[in-house]
Design a protein around this ligand. Structure first.
Ligand SMILES: [Zn+2]
Ligand SMILES: [Zn+2]
Length: 166
């Protein structure tokens, strides 16, 4: 989906709207996967200051808990507003994605906004206790390891370190 923003500056008398589904399943979201199509709603209209645009993004992302590796499913529904002045289009630092025809690439924009929105570190619950270092099971699932056992691997690592240092 693209938006010919240059033409819109010249001829955009009436608002432009577009709804589309973006397939971002093959994109890299730093550990999360967005397998279902992302619902995008785009609106643009002319103002005295430039072209005002709004992009609404509805997406579901699958990830795993950073501590216990349990699946984490998150839903996102958010809007981002932009105001673009015509001279910005020729600025090499213009931050919105333009394709080779100089049109705004709305799919790419949705991807950029979504990757910015999805946290790098997700937890299944705020107080997730992670995995037991002895048995590798989720602590929430209940393991029978004793606290005394849990000191053992730390000591083992420490003794290796001592060997290396000596
Ligand atoms: Zn967890
Ligand atoms: Zn355990």
């Amino acid at each position: 989906m693209q938006f010919d923003i240059r033409s819109f500056f010249k001829n955009g008398k009436t608002p432009f709207t577009a709804q589309f589904l973006a397939d971002l399943s093959g994109e890299d979201f730093d550990g999360s996967v967005v397998s279902e199509p992302v619902r995008c709603s785009f609106e643009a209209h002319s103002t005295l200051d430039g072209v005002a645009m709004t992009l609404r993004i509805e997406a579901k992302a699958d990830s795993e808990c950073a501590r216990c590796l349990a699946p984490v499913h998150e839903s996102y529904d958010f809007s981002v507003d932009y105001l673009v002045r015509e001279r910005e289009l020729d600025d090499p630092d213009f931050e919105l994605p333009l394709n080779e025809k100089g049109c705004l690439d709305i799919r790419e924009l949705a991807y950029q906004e979504l990757i910015f929105k999805i946290p790098r570190v997700l937890l299944c619950s705020p107080d997730c206790q992670g995995l037991c270092p002895i048995c590798g099971k989720r602590k929430a699932a209940g393991c029978t390891c004793q606290p005394a056992d849990q000191a053992a691997p730390a000591d083992a690592r420490l003794s290796i370190l001592k060997q290396l240092l000596s």
